[in-house]
Ligand binder design. Sequence first.
Ligand code: SF4
Length: 407
Amino acid sequence: MRRQGDAPDTRTNGYEIEKTIPASDTSEEKGVLSQRQGAAPDTRTNKSEEKGVMDQPQYNTSKKTRRGNISIFVPHNGCPHQCSFCDQRSITGVKSQPSPADVDSAVQTALSSKQRYDLEIAFFGGSFTAIDRTYMISLLDAANVYVKRGDVSGIRVSTRPDYIDEEVLTILKSRGVTAIELGAQSMCDEVLRANRRGHTENDVENASRLIRQFGISLGLQMMTGLYKSDRERDIYTAKKIIALAPDTVRIYPTVTIKGTMLASLFESGEYKPMELEESVELCAVLLKMFLENNIEVIRLGLHYSDELVRGMAFDNYHPAFRELCENKIMLERFFELCRSRGIEIGSSLRVYVNPSCVSKFTGQSRANIKKINERGINVKTIPDGDIKPYDMKIEPVSEEYRGAVRK
Ligand code: SF4
C-alpha cells in the first residue's frame, strides 16, 4: 500500500537514484501512494522492500554527480490524521516498522554495490518526526554511523509541516540529517481544510523557515487536483512554494484511491478528479515554473505499482507522467519559436536540443514529431550540448537538404 502526499512517495526501502539536473532539469522521489497518497513516497510491494532492500538504480543522469537514496520506509502506524486521499486506516497497524538493524542491513547492501553513487539514507513515510521519539532517534543513530564514517553524504527525512519545531530540528541536525521534505500538498487553507490535512499554510511557511535557519536542505511536496482545488489554486500553491525557495520539490497529481474520503466524494459526485490530459497540461506549467526558478523537481507523478492501479477509483494515472509533461513543454517551446521566426507550413528545420532532451522533444512514440509533421513541418533533431535543457534552437535547412528529406 502506498500513500500519496506527505513525502516522497517512494518508500521502497531500497536503493534508488535521483536525477541530478543541470540548471533546469529534474529528478524525483518515490512516493508511497499506496493508499496514503501524500503521505510519503513508497512503493514497497513486497516484504523485502519493507525491510529495506536495494532497488535498482532508476536514473542514470548526465555527467554530473549521480545520487542514490537508500530508502527506508517508516510507516506512521496509528496516524491520528485523516487526509482525504489516504487509506492509511486500512493499513494502520499492519505495516512492520524497520528496526535499526534493518537500517544497517539496507546500508550495507547499498555500500556493497559496485556502482558508485553519492548516497543518502532516506527515511520516507511522511511523518518521520511524528513517530515515537525514542524510536525515531534509534533509527537516526543507526544511520548516523554511516554519515560519520563518510560512507553516505547525509540523511533525508520526510515529514508533516506541523511536526517541525526547534527541539526536533536540533535532534535531527545533531544526528546527521541534511535534508527534510515537507508534505505541504497545498498552500490554500481552504483546500487543506477540505482535505483534512490538519495543518495550515502558515505551518508550511514556519516549518520551512525553521529548516532553513538550521541550515538543512528543504524539500516541499505538493499535490494537484485535490478536493476544492483547481488549476488556479494549484498554480497559486506553486508560486507560494517558489517564494519559500526550497531546494527540491515533488509534485503529485492526486490519485483517487478506493476506500478514501476522496473516493466517497467522487462517488457522490461532490468531487471531480482531474482528467489526465488536464493534469498534464497543469503540471507542465508547474514544472516550467519551478525550472525557471532553478528549483529541482525531483519527482513528478507517482511511481507505478500494480497495487496503485488496482486501487484507483478513477483512472487519471499515467506511469510516465513526467515524460508527458516534459514532452508538452518541449512541443510548446518548438511552436513558440516557429511563431516568433515566422516558420511556414512546408518548412524543413534542424532542431538543436540538449542531449538530455532529445526524447523529451520527440515525445513518446514520436508523438511530438507526428504533431509537428501534421502541421506540415519536417524536422531533424540534433543533440547539442550548448543548448540549455528544455530550450532549443531551430534553423531552416537548405533546399538541397529539404529535397533529401522528402525522398
Ligand atoms: S498524515 Fe496520516 S492520514 Fe495523512 S497522509 Fe499521512 S498517514 Fe495518511
